[in-house]
Design a protein around this ligand. Structure first.
Ligand code: HEM
Length: 149
């Protein structure tokens, strides 16, 4: 039995903890962007939000994504059979969306820092829940194993 199989439940727990941190950060960062659209470039609110956004990304969101991937891949090493399961394809499609959205949010942070953000307050409000919707589909896919072969 491999090390991954022997420590499966520990890895699954760590995976879920990393997922929670990743999702919390991905739902909080666009909220900061909502208020940042109202900030006067170079003003007090602008610089305060820039500090909050870069800290949130570097201290929470980026490490949480890396750990989610690391523990997720280690679970896959313990159970490679899941790759044949349609529910895992649905889940991995969600992972591709979340990882791309993460990259989009990181790019937006640089635009706010450069004072070149062109997205409206409404855009950031409307798209704020997208990661949550993806997480709902992914968690139901992996826990119910629907369409399981
Ligand atoms: C980033 C890449 C990811 C990979 C490679 C990955 C892979 C996996 C694998 C292989 C399992 C074990 C499945 C099983 O044995 O039944 C698992 C469990 C789980 N994953 Fe992920 N996952 C990733 C991201 C996520 C994300 C973003 C979420 C939530 C939004 C998530 C939620 C879960 C949950 C809740 C479980 C536990 C299911 C259970 O124990 O019943 N995963 N993941």
């Amino acid at each position: 039995m491999s090390w991954f199989s022997e420590h499966y439940d520990l890895l699954r727990g760590l995976h879920i903890i990393a997922v929670i941190a990743w999702m919390a950060g991905m739902l909080y960062l666009p909220r900061l962007y909502v208020y940042h659209t109202r900030a006067i470039p170079g003003g007090e609110l602008d610089s305060a939000l820039q500090v909050m956004e870069v800290k949130l990304l570097r201290i929470i969101i980026n490490p949480a994504m890396i750990l989610t991937w690391l523990f997720g891949l280690s679970l896959m090493a313990a159970r490679p059979d899941v790759l044949a399961q349609p529910w895992m394809w649905v889940k991995l499609a969600g992972v591709v969306f979340l990882s791309s959205w993460h990259g989009f949010l990181a790019g937006a942070r640089k635009k706010f820092a450069a004072g070149t953000n062109a997205r409206s307050e409404k855009f950031w409000r409307m798209t704020n829940e997208l990661p949550f919707l993806a997480a709902v589909i992914m968690v139901l896919a992996v826990t119910t194993e629907f369409l399981a072969r």
